[in-house]
Ligand binder design. Sequence first.
Ligand code: TYD
Length: 210
Amino acid sequence: MAVFITFEGVDGAGKSTQLKLLLEHLESLGTEYLFTREPGGTPMAERIRDILLTPAYSGMSVISEAFLFAAGRADHVNNVIRPALEAGKVVICDRYVDSSMVYQGYAGGMPLELLSAINEMATGSLKPHRTIVLDLAPELARERRAAIAADRIEEKGEWFHQQVREAYQDLARAEPRRVKLVDASGSVESVQDHIRRLVDEVLPRPRPRG
Ligand code: TYD
């Protein structure tokens, strides 16, 4: 049975580390999965990613951002995500529509109905079965990010990142069955345990042998 799971959260919450560990878990279970990411995931969408994240375009408007993210997403859903789900795979995607609702919408000021409409169009209304949000205070996330060079979106200020955090918390309240908040301030192992429990809930059950 196909399952679509997405990962979200403030920049610097430890998403990459946790995703790597989760993929090891899926491999140990023998689950057939596809791992992909946004922005990106197809050759065209990866080129759009470069435009979106390069610090060179610091004056880009939120409207341009919203359309570029959605344009890449349409290509990604049509050519990668939907075919993998149709083949019965578990698809794990690092960021998806919720990132646009949160970053361009709640925090960026673009009207949510408009964003929702362009994303419905881009995805053919494809929704994840489960969305894991790594929740972390912006001050802690900033410390964790300090080691790596910031991209254009990460360069936005503390206020922006606080809005992002609160928006994810609102989403989790609005759609509690799909969107699950995970407190990312704990140890790598305890955060991973929590994530595995939430992922296992939606994975197909292994068929009993014999
Ligand atoms: P990335 O380097 O992939 O960050 P992370 O490792 O935190 O996922 O950069 C993605 C950035 O793009 C991140 O700051 C979130 C932002 N973003 C949006 O603003 N809107 C979107 O629709 C998506 C998918 C990402």
